[in-house]
Design a protein around this ligand. Sequence first.
Ligand code: AMP
Length: 508
Amino acid sequence: MHSILERLHQVVENHLSTIAFASCKEKYTYEELWRAISSVASALTKSPLNKGPVLVYGKSDFYTLASLLGANMAGYAYVPVDSHSPFARVKMIIEACTPSAIIVTLQKELDSDLKALLSQYQVLYRESFNAEKPITNLKNMVRGEDTNYIIYTSGTTGVPKGVEISHNNLLSFTEWMMHDFRQIEQNQVLLQAPFSFDLSIFSIYPALLAGGTLVSLSREETTNFKYLFARLNNTEINTWISTPSFVDICLLDPSFVQKRHRKLEQFIFCGEELTIKTAQKLLECFPEATVWNTYGPTEATGSVTQLKVTKDLLAKYDRLPLGKAKPGVEIQIHDPKRRQKLSVGERGEIVIIGNSVAKGYYQDDVKTQAVFATVDKRSVYYTGDAGKIDGTGQLFYDGRIDFQIKMNGFRIELQDIEAHLMAIAEVNKAVVLPQIDANNKVRALVAVVVPNEKVTDEKQFIKYLRKRLILEIMDYMMPQRFVLMDEFPLNRNGKTDRKLLSEKLLKV
Ligand code: AMP
């Protein structure tokens, strides 16, 4: 079995002038991609590095992609960090993963705090990767059980958790994507998700290992409808990969229909619930396309189930199933308290077992042991998702057993935001509640705060809370509404009664 980079090398040799990566501004061939990967790898190999991963700080652009793969070629796991993250979060990730080097692919001047932090590490800038004829050296490449990447996700204490994915995890996922979904010649594949979100692996690896083209969207395009719709109408995407929330936005554009996008043959969704409403609209607008619902957490390498969504299925269920497990994976439903397997049809925690399960959380044994295990030599991950398996083996999702939510496809631990609110001296207590609509989608977050002292100007105080929070959390985690209270209601166990608060405050 060849490694991902060995396979990519073969693809490169057969597709030298094929476009591997296209953004709105630039296009790069496979030959250029391989040259960039090799020059990153040789720059890393020249420097004296320790065993830690290589953190890559940048946007969703060509050089950032080449840096991730270049780190792997030199034998290092990569840690992708989006340059739109607040400084406090970047700092936490750097300190948590203790990188042996940091690659910065941004061309603009960095702010002074970041510069000062980076000065303590070995930093390689994009300019140093311009070798004319870099040598391909696969001797040290990442392979087998080596760690391929570490992706940091929201953590309950406010400190992100680094999910450590092995090369074998990623290879198994990639092979499944390449065999069990629709295979399209010269596949143009949408790359919507930033590299720091594991949805990006759905695009990167299956597209590149089949000689396809990654059609990348910039942050400007994903956050501005005008640019987004214009760009989409200028592309000829065959395979669409995104969260359902993202396609909901695109469906607002009347030109997002089969007649206008004739080559769009396949939609693959993951990251959050695909509602009947979205699937129905999509099949109406793209009657000839194949639509897949897939499910999985970062901790199980992208996705572990697959369901082809048809009109018949939409008529049969009021909430879409997630499908059945990929090869090498078994899914069970457990009683979350006793961690024992439940019977067909019973609701419990979704447990993923097999070759997609991550190594654990990087350098965090306590958090790893809480949700990962090895049973009969197989890796097990307790997802925290609630669900059931019916008599036909279909898996169904039914919310969470904890306080993690998905909003617009982003994974958010409500306790992460709460921890940052509580760290503000003027805040005595804080809870963050999700506002959920009739389709089970989180529409907004509401922060409920008990201040330390009586607040005279509520508007000003809330403005202050927002200003403090944005220094610590990602912008998509910012609550849409803030409510100030003198005290929280308590439940019978003496804990904050979140249910009562939700009933009181979130009535639509
Ligand atoms: P992430 O680690 O960001 O990929 O988020 C993983 C979580 O997203 C899962 O644990 C689920 O809660 C949710 N999720 C992913 N895919 C689906 C899906 N198809 N339907 C419902 N929820 C999903």
